[in-house]
Design a protein around this ligand. Structure first.
Ligand code: PLP
Length: 370
């Protein structure tokens, strides 16, 4: 039986045709029609005025923070339970990430624990729409506005997700997306920034390309970066975006299959709760093993691997890993969820038979020791 992987890109649209066009025309670098079209269509998709394509979804966060003036001595509040790119982007600016615990049901940043972290040094809040589930943006934006803080949405995992009908990437001051190979849509490596603010857009654009004066060749107005996307990446990204509704529908289909079969496991596992205001796009379907399961999370994953099924642990909280280790961070929910959490295969090619096999295999493993 073929190994069932966590993720796989699905390149079934114009990807090949557009990449061929790049090669046939020689437009393979950071100029070309696919870049501007990808940006334009992505801005439409998010309902923002501007979108800016970059080489990945880590540098997008870096550019967003730089454009907002984050620098040494500043603090940036973010969830401890996220992918490390969120924290690293803060560190690149010389600023300090301040970690907040998760909500027990959604695993997203707990907005009720946000305000107590705000100090005179706080500049920005980065909510992360974890695994495709949008954060409570009403609460987060109202706290941010009250304290005059900027918000960068880390929407790397959540293309097309929405809170109260508003699409992620359009609610904060800036939205940041990733098109890594395992994300909802991909460009191989790639990222996108979204904003409605012209000044922030212009600033991020300047910083993306060596700070070059747009009207004077080789005249540079500031120290900046080469964070550009290539036309080759944009060719793949644009083709993916043309089919984004289909990709999102596949995610919903797979999530519905898990919803159908996971009840077989009774209360041996729990799943990420979806608030009524949220449109979850299911980058990952995940389970938390209940306390009654005697096997460790890692043993469960190893046994699933023997069934030829790939699983991954949930992210580790930032504050327990070497670069950000900090015993003073109080985040019992994130620690607990992370230590017992598993991502299940979640890509859009999964069949009903495969999802049933995954859940049945998990049941067999969990029940032997429960
Ligand atoms: C994937 C991801 C990123 C960015 O990743 P890149 O691999 O640099 O594109 C940032 N934040 C989160 C939460 C992610 O999952």
């Amino acid at each position: 039986m073929e190994r069932i992987t966590i993720a796989t890109p699905i390149l079934n649209g114009n990807e090949k045709k557009y990449v061929d066009e790049c090669i046939d025309t020689g437009w393979i670098s950071a100029n070309g029609r696919f870049i501007s079209e990808f940006e334009k269509k992505f801005a439409e998709f998010c309902g923002t005025k501007y979108a800016l394509a970059c080489c990945n979804g880590t540098v997008t966060l870096h550019l967003a923070l730089l454009a907002l003036g984050v620098g040494p001595g500043d603090e940036v509040i973010m969830p401890t339970l996220t992918y490390i790119a969120t924290a690293n982007a803060v560190t690149y600016c010389g600023a300090t990430p301040v970690f907040v615990d998760s909500e027990p049901d959604t695993w997203n940043l707990d907005a009720d624990k946000l305000e107590e972290k705000i100090t005179s040094k706080t500049k920005v809040i980065i909510p992360v729409h974890l695994y495709g589930l949008p954060c409570n943006m009403d609460k987060i934006m109202s706290i941010a506005r009250k304290h005059n803080l900027a918000v960068v949405e880390d929407a790397a995992e959540a293309h097309g997700a929405a809170w109260n009908g508003k699409v992620v990437g359009s609610m904060g001051d800036i939205g940041s997306f990733s098109f890594f190979g395992n994300k909802i849509i991909t460009s191989g490596e790639g990222g996108m920034l979204t904003t409605n603010d012209e000044k922030l857009y212009e600033r991020m654009k300047l910083l993306r390309s060596q700070g070059v004066d747009p009207h004077k060749r080789y005249w540079h107005t500031t120290v900046a970066y080469n964070y550009r996307m290539t036309n080759l990446q944009a060719a793949v990204g644009l083709a993916q975006l043309e089919n984004v509704q289909w990709h999102l529908a596949q995610r919903k289909r797979v999530a519905a299959l898990y919803e159908k079969y996971l009840p077989m496991l009774g209360d041996l596992v729990s799943t990420q709760a979806v608030p009524a205001q949220a449109n979850h796009v299911y980058w990952m379907n995940s389970v938390i093993l209940s306390e009654s399961v005697k096997l460790s999370r890692d043993e469960v994953m190893a046994q699933m691997e023997a069934h030829n099924i790939e699983m991954r642990p949930l992210f580790y909280p930032m504050h327990i890993m070497p670069p950000y280790k900090d015993d003073s961070v109080h985040a019992p929910v994130a620690e607990s969820v992370s230590s017992r959490g598993i991502n299940l295969p979640s890509h859009g090619k999964l069949t009903e038979e495969q999802v049933r096999y995954i859940v049945e295999s998990l049941k067999e493993i969990l029940e032997q020791e429960a």
